[in-house]
Ligand binder design. Structure first.
Ligand code: ZN
Length: 463
């Protein structure tokens, strides 16, 4: 058995790990590198293996940093089978199509700049992949993974998915490999969720394994409790309505948007928020994702299942409006007060939220509520860090709105949750991935005794 690392190695994006056993080449995730320009340019580089040599791809979940290079894999010759849970397959389609659309737009923009002589002349800017590539990738999705049901993916190779509790359809994958009469197991954690959140079941660690490849995003910190965070969110909205303004919430399209709808619905049902509250989900991608969430109650936890069984739609906030068309989005600008606007992108690097920030940041009666992680250098982070003005559409917009940062909504387990998960999997050999290097060092120290490796990109290990 041989294991090599081709992304999310001492880094939080681009998850891509290759397992070779019994003559089979199995890829676990094929994610996009996200972040600064340098990281983005890494996406176009060779994978470190031949795309057409891969037999099987196992996809842990539909986040872009786990599925975002799949269309490129297909474009470069992959013709094998992609396996994922049913919900992951549907969400991955939305995520890959959105990403392809952005790649196409960026390539067009680069082409325009090149024509105007503004771009350095290194050939025709070509999108990493197109919406056609993303669409044809869907044709390679084969059998469906169901939690707890083993599937054979090669001679002597059996995979079982376990709930990762991170986003809808997310899974930890445990492979049992029988080579030369001996069976060994290796578990890929995927991203591990933060227990106790609404909608999804808590993470279910796979049975003990010989090896584990484990994420470490928040391996050095503890999260705040969920309940006070919900409380903070509702009071921020109440306060803003009293001042006569709107609430803008930059949000990720998967999971966070649906969680927020869930909490807002409860807020209205409990009488904390007026029934007249106008809630806008102003993100085509989040709208599509919410529809997929509705179609997969098999992923829900007990509370959400019971809700559904009693005829309650967990996302149906009274006064909720889905605004797919940009004309409907623009119409929100005419509303001066009493609106809660959920829009992407979560870090305000693009998307419709930038328009809502332009209209509301300058208004002391409005609020901006940050509920998502924001990387350094992003507009969200600038406002969180207290910027007096924000540059949007070529103008410096004064920040007069009230700014709230609420930290309790993470979709990733914290240090204690990761350590408890690892204890259950009880692997004597651990490979830490999907984290910043210092965080990984810190998590390595917190783990039970055993061999811990922090592989770099391109590193490979004989197991
Ligand atoms: Zn994820």
């Amino acid at each position: 058995m041989k294991l090599s690392f081709h992304g999310a190695a001492r880094d939080v994006t681009g998850s891509c790990h290759l397992l070779q056993c019994n003559g089979r080449r199995i890829l676990v995730d094929c994610g996009l590198f996200q972040g600064g320009r340098e990281l983005q340019e890494e996406n176009a580089e060779p994978f470190g293996f031949d795309a057409d040599s891969i037999d099987v791809v196992l996809l842990t979940h539909a986040h872009l940093d786990h599925c975002g290079r799949l269309p490129l894999l297909v474009k470069r010759g992959f013709r094998g089978e992609i396996l994922a849970t049913a919900a992951t397959k549907e969400l991955a389609r939305v995520v890959m199509m959105d990403s392809a659309g952005i790649q196409e737009e960026e390539a067009e923009r680069a082409l325009r700049r090149a024509r105007q002589g503004k771009e350095r002349g290194n050939g025709t800017p070509e999108p990493l992949y197109t919406t056609e590539d993303a669409e044809s990738t869907m044709g390679y999705f084969g059998r469906t993974l169901a939690y707890g049901e083993p599937l054979t993916v090669g001679p002597g190779v059996v995979v079982t998915a376990y709930d990762a509790g991170h986003i809808l359809g997310s899974a930890s994958l445990r492979l049992e490999v029988t080579e030369d009469g001996a069976t060994r197991s290796i578990t890929f954690s995927g991203d591990i969720g933060n227990a106790g959140r609404p909608l999804l079941r808590d993470p279910h660690p796979p049975p003990p394994s010989d090896f584990v490849v484990m994420e470490s995003t928040y391996g050095d910190r503890l999260h705040r409790e969920m309940e006070p965070s919900v409380e903070e969110l509702l009071s921020a909205i109440e306060d803003t309505f009293r001042r006569g303004g709107n609430v803008v919430i930059p949000t990720f399209a998967l999971e966070r948007a649906q969680e927020l709808l869930f909490h807002l619905r409860e807020g209205v049902e409990e009488g904390r928020l007026p029934r007249s509250t106008k809630v806008f989900l102003d993100s085509p991608m989040a709208i599509s994702a919410t529809e997929i969430y509705r179609n997969h109650p098999e992923c829900y936890d007990q509370e959400a299942s019971a809700m559904l069984a009693s005829g309650v739609d967990p996302f149906a906030v009274p006064g909720l409006r889905f605004t797919r068309k940009s004309s409907d989005s623009r119409a929100i600008n005419d509303i001066q007060q009493g609106a809660v606007i959920l829009a992407g992108s979560g870090m305000a690097t693009g998307g419709r939220v930038r328009h809502h920030l332009r209209h509301n940041l300058r208004r002391p009666e409005s609020s901006v509520v940050f509920v998502s992680f924001a990387s350094k250098g992003t507009p969200a982070r600038q406002v969180i860090d207290g910027a007096r003005t924000l540059r949007l559409f070529g103008n410096d917009i004064p920040v007069r709105a009230k700014v709230h940062t609420i930290n309790g909504f993470s979709a990733h387990g914290d240090r204690d949750e990761l350590v408890a998960w690892h204890r259950a999997v009880a692997a004597p050999v651990t490979f830490l991935v999907h984290g910043e290097e210092e965080v990984m060092q810190s998590l390595a120290e917190a783990l039970p005794p055993g061999r811990v490796e922090i592989p770099g990109k391109g590193d490979s290990f004989g197991l």
